[in-house]
Design a protein around this ligand. Structure first.
Ligand code: MLT
Length: 393
């Protein structure tokens, strides 16, 4: 028996588990200190009434022999896939419901999608970025090439004549920096992918936070994307589903590599390894895409964006460099006094009782930076900012 040795090349623990461990150690040693968590991007507002109503109804259906549901379609119920198609129509994108696959969240599918690609592919991963892309490719032993996001390129790396790879991850709005690619910038990646026979894995989990109407909320709003991109989306941050679990992945039928439509491969993978998301959850997700549901989640998103504005205002007053927070729930700041990311983490936790996420956890380029999330409740955001205003830097 041989284990997958690639796992030995991973860091000891996943970023957010490491932070949670540090915080619980601190809490155990300092039980009287109140800690405000602006670290992991976990929502605090409850599910909206439209979702609760739909889920309650679905629970009743499950309790009645006439309406009870057993196994559903692995790729999701058509009522939800059609509701998502309609959501895309509103964005000016035409999709058919068999191009949409319902999942238990973007994180799972971003990892699982790798099943349909050979391990021999070279993967381009922006740095800094959501750690799941790196870790899942390390697990598969794939060659990873990092593309640098820096202050100079506004954390939006672009391809040039030397860019070589088979798969590229793009996260826009970006986690952790909050940077958002424009249509013309995404077009450069699309042209590059088509020319190089590559595939773009486009993570749009934060698309609903985009306020600037000139920015794309789906890669398919740009010509050519259906020939080269798979899009991953989630209801976690958009509709408060972090604990409920539901997302979706779009694999266009036009996306063909080695004469095989990737849609067909993904369907085969899902029907074999996945039994779908629960009926109750999918009914709740369907309610998100109704007029009522979209209106209600919009209010929650505005609440989080107001939190982001309050954090941004405090950082501006303190003279701390930051970006993000406008079309994204994340604020990406430069650690004061040239502190390293983990030094600043410890300093904020120990002296101010605030938890953030060290930028270095998102890649080498994140060293010296720090991420704050706007998903807290307003009282805690104000409290944390009052503490931060006392920062002696
Ligand atoms: C984050 O804080 O980056 C996210 O909550 C992690 C995730 O979505 O898995």
């Amino acid at each position: 028996m041989k284990i997958n040795n690639n796992y030995l090349n991973l860091k000891d623990s996943y970023l957010f588990s490491k932070i949670a461990k540090r915080v619980s150690e601190y809490k155990a040693q300092n039980p009287d200190k109140e800690v405000i968590r602006l670290g992991i991007g976990d929502v605090t507002l409850p599910l909206v009434p439209a979702v609760i109503e739909a889920m309650n109804k679905a629970v009743d259906e499950m309790g009645n022999a006439d309406t009870f549901k057993g196994y559903g379609e692995e790729q999701g119920y058509s009522f939800l896939r059609e509701a998502i198609c309609e959501y895309y129509t509103q964005k000016g994108v035409t999709l058919s419901s068999d191009e949409i696959f319902i999942s238990d969240g973007a994180k799972s599918d971003l990892g699982n999608i790798l099943d349909i690609f050979d391990n021999d592919n070279t993967v381009l991963i922006p740095d800094p970025v959501y750690p799941v892309y790196v870790d899942t490719n390390i697990m598969a032993g794939r060659k990873i090439v990092f593309i640098k996001g820096t202050v100079e390129n506004s954390f939006l790396p672009l391809p040039d004549e030397n860019t070589a790879g088979d798969i590229v991850y793009i996260c826009s709005p970006n986690n952790p920096t909050g940077a958002v690619y424009s249509k013309s910038q995404l077009k450069l990646w699309i042209d590059w992918a088509i020319k190089n026979n590559a595939v773009i894995l486009f993570d749009s989990a934060y698309e609903a936070f985009i306020q600037d109407t000139s920015l794309p909320t789906s890669i398919y709003q740009i010509e050519g994307a259906k020939q080269c991109a798979i899009e991953f989306c989630s209801l976690s941050k958009t509709a408060g589903f972090t604990g409920v679990r539901c997302g979706y992945t779009v694999v266009p039928k036009e996306l063909v590599r080695s004469d095989v439509p990737l849609n067909k491969l993904w369907l085969r993978r899902q029907t074999t390894k996945f039994n779908g998301v629960s009926y109750i959850v999918q009914r709740g997700a369907q309610a998100v895409f109704t007029e009522k549901g979209l209106g209600q989640i919009r209010e929650n998103i505005e609440y989080y964006l107001e939190n982001a504005r309050i954090i941004s205002e405090t950082l501006t007053d303190l003279g701390i460099w930051f970006t993000g927070g406008k079309n994204s729930p994340y604020i990406w700041l430069k650690c004061p006094n040239n502190m390293s990311s983990w030094e600043f983490f410890d300093y904020l936790l120990e002296d101010y009782g605030i938890v953030g996420t060290p930028g270095s956890g998102f890649g080498e380029q994140g060293e010296g930076f720090f991420r704050l999330t706007a998903f807290g409740n307003r009282i805690n955001i104000h409290k944390a900012m009052e503490r931060l205003r006392k920062l002696s830097i």
